[in-house]
Design a protein around this ligand. Structure first.
Ligand SMILES: Nc1ncnc2c1ncn2[C@@H]1O[C@H](COP(=O)(O)OP(=O)(O)OP(=O)(O)O)[C@@H](O)[C@H]1O
Length: 325
């Protein structure tokens, strides 16, 4: 579905120095620097995948999405999406894709949401029956009824995001780019948006590329991760492989009858401990969790034990550290 081959995009930006003198000088003589936003990026994506595109701030995620959606022209490299080059065959390409930029709106600010949808129907030349069926389905699952007749400026962020997602899908695209779709949403709206993404992927086979800093989004949705750092593609694989590589630690919380004995054992790091509760981290490369619990049960009268795996956020931090990004 998507073939990206050795894409490069750089921006030329004027150097700015502080101070009135420097500003005055720059009126006559401007100096420029080049920012290499993406460097030699290559990957392929198959139909029906949900891919998480992750990386720290300024890594090049949005630039890649903009190139793939035809908004930006790369300096070099190729990109074929469903047989089209996004920035060359824009008219054909936009029919196949839906785009949601969490930070920007594609809806007209002062008009009721439904009027924006009608405009999109005309722009995309969506047949009436298809438009009606999609609108009905999207209004129903995203629960837009209460505010679809209100102007966008009156909507809360969560309401607007739901309307944005619906807008991006009215023309039945086969590929959806979501750039931070859950940014600023409350817990309930986040869950609703995640469930919706899963559903359209499963039921309508919509391929999804998702950029996000929310690792719970990634855990809930992405079968595959692409990691980008300083413009370079650094990792292409799934979350389970990452867990195998980085999640060597299990966190164990112990409740025990009053006891002041400290815990000292190679492979166990004590994160906190008081007279009847301890939180420890067990390095599973050095010892089995069962051995750790057996050791602890000999020293303490255990009342309760709970074991957690490492949060995905910690795994990603380790990944970023390994690649020094
Ligand atoms: N229009 C532009 N002009 C100049 N520089 C730009 C432009 N767009 C992006 N950049 C620069 O390119 C680099 C990559 O930016 P990009 O927006 O792709 O990062 P990102 O991974 O999406 O970051 P974030 O997670 O913060 O949204 C950054 O250094 C950014 O400052």
């Amino acid at each position: 579905m998507i073939e990206v081959n050795r894409l490069n995009k750089s921006f030329k930006v004027a150097k700015r120095s502080a101070g009135v003198k420097a500003s005055f000088k720059s009126l006559f003589h401007r100096e420029y620097t080049t920012i290499h936003a993406i460097r030699d990026i290559s990957f392929t994506i198959e139909p029906g995948e949900i891919v998480g595109y992750i990386g720290p701030n300024g890594a090049g995620k949005s630039t890649t999405i903009k190139v793939m959606s035809g908004i930006l022209v790369p300096d070099s490299g190729t990109c074929r999406i469903m047989g089209h080059t996004p920035w060359k065959d824009r008219k054909q390409h936009v029919k196949n894709i839906g785009v949601v930029f969490g930070q920007r709106s594609q809806l007209w600010w002062d008009v009721p949401v439904i009027d924006s949808y009608e405009l999109l129907k005309d722009i995309y030349k969506i047949p009436s029956s298809e438009y009606k069926a999609n609108l009905h389905m999207l209004t129903d699952i995203l629960q837009l009824d209460d505010f679809i007749h209100a102007p966008v400026r009156q909507l809360s962020l969560g309401q607007r995001m739901r309307c944005e997602i619906a807008a991006s899908l009215l023309h039945s695209p086969r590929l959806l780019f979501l750039d931070e779709p859950t940014i600023g949403l409350d817990a309930i709206s986040k869950i609703a948006v995640r469930q919706f993404i899963k559903r359209i992927n499963k039921e309508k086979q919509v391929t999804v590329i998702l950029t996000t800093h929310d690792m719970i989004d990634i855990e809930a949705l992405a079968h595959r991760l692409l990691l980008i750092g300083k413009g370079n593609l650094l990792y292409d694989g799934n979350l389970n492989d990452l867990r195998g590589k980085y999640a060597h630690d299990k966190i164990i919380t112990l409740e025990y009858a009053e006891n002041h004995k400290p815990i000292h054992l190679e492979g166990i790091t004590v994160m906190s401990q008081n007279t009847n509760r301890a939180v420890i981290s067990v390095n599973t490369e050095k010892m089995f969790v069962s051995d750790a619990i057996s050791y602890l049960s000999h020293r303490y009268e255990l009342v309760d034990v709970s074991i957690e795996t490492q949060p995905v956020e910690d795994i990603i931090v380790k990944l970023y550290k390994e690649y020094a990004i």
